[in-house]
Each structure stands twice: as C-alpha cells, then as structure tokens.
Ligand binder design. Structure first.
Ligand SMILES: N=CN[C@@H](CCC(=O)O)C(=O)O
Ligand SMILES: [Zn+2]
Length: 413
C-alpha cells in the first residue's frame, strides 16, 4: 500500500539522519521542508522531498492533497496516567474553594481516592473508560504514549491496570509503553509501615508484573510525604533486576536530592521538575537522563512551571508530556501542552515541538521509530488544517488545528 501526501506547505521536524534527541541550543532548530511530499509505504515513511521530485499519481494507491497544510510527526507523550476509574471533579472544586493538593491528599483524597475507585471497578469497565481517553488523544495527534499504573496500590489492582494497558496496546495502532508505578502513594494500611509496602512492591508486585511481561518501566513518586530517595532507590534497583528501566516522578513540590538518586540509578527520564536547583542542573548535564516537563499540570494545580529557559540555556535537553491523570491534569491534549510551554515557560515553538516529538520519543525509548520525519521511521503524522505558519499551532491555543492523523500508515477517522 502506497500513500502519497502531496503539495504540503511545510513539513516540520525533517531529519535526514536519525537523531536520538536535541539539547540546549539545538532545540531552537526545527528543520523543515517547504512545498513538499511524503510517500508512505505500508506503515513506514518511504520517502519525502520537494514537489519537483514528487512521484507521479499513477505510482501510488492513495493520494492526500495537503495544499496550504503543515505536516509534522505525531506527538510523543512520554508521561501519562490515562488508565483510571471515575474522576476527581469534587476535588477540583475543593481546590477552587481554597484547599491545596497536599491538604486534599492528607484528608484521604488524591491518589488514594482514585485507588479506591479503581479497586472497585471491573477490568472491563476500566478498559471502557480508558479507551475513550486514548481515542481522544489519538484524535488530538498523539502517536505514541506511555501509560502508568499506580492507582491500584494492591497486587491485584496494579495487575488489573497493567492488563488494561496491555489490551489497549494490542487493540490500537498508537505505540504504547507501560510503566509500573506501584510506588505512587502509601496505601492507608501501610501509612506507618513504609518498609512493608516497599517489601510488597519489591518481592511480590515486580516479580508478578515481570512474569506476565506487563511493563517496560518502573516509576515512583519521589517526593516529600511520598517516597524518599532511599525507598525509590530500592524500587529502581529491584526493577533493574527484572529489566525495568526507571522513569521517575521527582521535584514536583520539593527538591530533596531525588534527581541525583535517579541519575545515579540510570533513569531514562526524570519527570515534573517544577522545582529545580542549580545542583540538579549540574547533575543532569553529565547524564543520559531526559528531563521531562509537564506544563499542563502546573497550569491545572497552579504550581510553578519547570524552569525551561534556565535548563535549555545550561545545555540540557527537555521533553514535554501531558501527565494526563484525574488529579493534576485531566487532559491529554499535547497541542495544549505545547502551547502552554510556549506561553508560560517561554519555550519557542521550535523548542516546544522538538520537546514534544523527538525528545519525548527518547524519554519513552521509541526514538528509533517515532519523533521525526525520517525515512524508515513509522508513518505517524499530523496533517494540520491550512495555517499561516506553524507558529499558529501554539499561538491560537484554543483552536483545533488538526485535519487528519495518520498512525503507522493508517489514516484515522
Ligand atoms: N504527582 C504524582 N502523580 C500524578 C498525580 C496523581 C494524582 O493526583 O492522581 C502527577 O504526576 O501529577
Ligand atoms: Zn505523573
């Protein structure tokens, strides 16, 4: 099957030679091609170029005329919790009325509230609720997504979440990576027995998950009041023994040395980073760990934004992800993530698009297949409506600019 997209006004993120990520000043550059075509063969990008070299219509099976439109790789959302049960609208109103995220958690709300709901929800119902959110983000241009467990907090409920993620993976053309986040919060019964819960994670949950091959990554909420550096380190090390690489929630509210712990343990990414110290930046500089910012979480719960300018100017890479979850970011819309990063974090559109494509792909280990327009990569593309320029994507932040989404060569409805 050959699909030709022709008369494209501009193709963004064209990388003739595959790269794994961009850092520092390189993030300002978003290579593009004007008046161009892309040829898709089955699920892959077979070729691209300017219109003077476009293949003739008779050599292909299907043609899309993209006159006036922009084509870019689908978003890569490397941090979500989009499998969950119910929602937390009441806590949203509690926060409007003055309670903080921390106060709500201390009253038994927050993650524990979502865990209670999920434990009472059947696997079928959980799948049904979650697939709607997955379909929504696909229509919003996401072509690869990481999904975490962490609203189960018992062996049985964590397995239920991970099986739902697996079923989504087997059913939809979007690329999915799965992360075990049993260390999201201490269940009430382990409130005063942290060691007991870590023992359960290390001795029972991780081996059971590995046996069913249900996760690629392991995560923890490394934060004051949640998991300490030492507790997280124990979990990362246990994960390593089963081939699970760490991707960790860290520095959302406080800096307690978590970034150093994660880098030391070979974490693929450190995510949130609303609070970042100079020392953290130095530690990240010498590492292969991708920092990941979640600006729509900052937006929704009114906490500081990741200091993107400072980090990029120090030479670091940065990825952007949605954090889609019922508590701090009930949205998986990567278009809004990119716009928020430009508007609130002062990232340029070029930096933000790099962060939400190739750097996101690195942060979830799919950079060889996704994140750029490169021959041989998966044909997962966004075709926009006609735009004045691609700056309109973050500028007109409330407009749906997406005309069509193609995932692995398949046009989505
Ligand atoms: N901060 C930790 N975990 C999620 C939120 C969890 C929740 O409130 O349900 C996050 O990344 O923001
Ligand atoms: Zn998260």
């Amino acid at each position: 099957m050959k699909l030709l997209i022709k008369n494209i006004k501009e193709i963004l993120q064209v990388r003739e030679i595959a790269i794994s990520m961009v850092a520092g000043n390189e993030m300002k550059v978003l290579p593009k091609l004007d008046n161009a075509y892309i040829l898709i063969e089955n699920d892959l990008i077979a070729d691209y170029g300017t219109m003077d070299n476009c293949p003739t219509d008779s050599t292909v099976d299907q043609i899309i005329d993209a006159t006036g439109k922009t084509v870019l790789p689908t978003w890569v959302d490397s941090h979500t919790h989009l499998v969950y049960a119910g929602n937390r609208e009441l806590e949203f109103v509690d926060r409007i009325n003055g309670l903080s995220y921390e106060e709500i958690f201390n009253r038994g709300g927050g993650i524990l509230n979502s865990a209670k709901k999920l434990q009472e929800t059947s696997e079928e119902d959980l799948y049904e609720q979650s697939r709607k959110r997955l379909e929504e983000v696909i229509s919003q241009g996401t072509g690869a997504v990481e999904i975490k467990s962490g609203y189960g907090l018992t062996l049985e409920a964590e397995l239920k979440m991970l099986r739902v993620i697996k079923k989504l993976k087997d059913t939809y053309p979007i690329a999915i990576k799965s992360t075990f986040l049993g260390a999201h919060a201490f269940p009430t019964e382990f409130k005063d027995n942290h060691e007991g819960y870590i023992d359960l994670i290390v001795n029972e949950m991780i081996p059971a998950i590995a046996k069913e091959n249900l996760a690629e990554y392991v995560d923890a909420f490394l934060e004051t009041g949640y998991f300490s550096c030492e507790e997280t380190e124990r979990i990362m090390k246990a994960g390593q023994q089963y081939g699970l690489i760490a991707k960790v929630h860290v520095n959302q509210f406080t800096a307690i040395g978590g970034i150093e712990t994660c880098v030391k343990n070979g974490a693929l990414s450190v995510d949130h980073l609303e609070i970042v110290t100079d020392e953290d930046i130095e530690i990240l500089k010498g590492s292969k760990t991708m920092p990941v910012a979640l600006p729509t979480c900052s937006f929704f719960i009114s906490i500081p934004y990741t200091p993107a300018r400072k980090m990029i100017e120090a030479g670091l890479p940065l990825a952007l992800a949605s954090d889609s979850n019922p508590g701090t970011t009930p949205s998986g819309n990567m278009n809004f993530v990119v716009a928020t990063a430009c508007i609130k974090m002062k990232m340029t559109p070029e930096e933000a698009i790099n962060a939400a494509t190739i750097n996101g792909a690195y942060a979830m280990g799919v950079e060889k297949e996704y994140g750029s327009i490169t021959k041989g990569k998966k044909a997962s593309l966004i075709i926009t409506k006609p735009l004045h320029s691609f700056y309109e994507l973050p500028y007109a932040f409330g407009t749906n600019h997406i005309d069509q989404v193609i995932l692995n060569g398949q046009i989505q409805k």
